[in-house]
Design a protein around this ligand. Structure first.
Ligand code: SF4
Length: 56
């Protein structure tokens, strides 16, 4: 049994494809860190996750 695959924090519903250089998952993804460090981008990301969540 392998470890569960990490999900991309920037693309709801998508697995982390380790598309960023040096990333082994969202936890050391530089793009995730950049987005989360910017209040405006973080707010937009929260919106995207809310839109993605199934209604009800
Ligand atoms: S490396 Fe970062 S941006 Fe790329 S899929 Fe993984 S979490 Fe998402």
């Amino acid at each position: 049994m392998g470890a569960p695959e990490p999900q991309c924090l920037l693309r709801p519903g998508d697995w982390c494809r380790m598309c960023q250089p040096g990333a082994h998952g969202p936890e050391d993804c530089q793009l995730v860190a950049l987005v989360l460090s910017d209040p405006d981008l973080k707010a937009r990301l929260d919106e995207i996750w809310r839109e993605h969540a199934p209604a009800g």
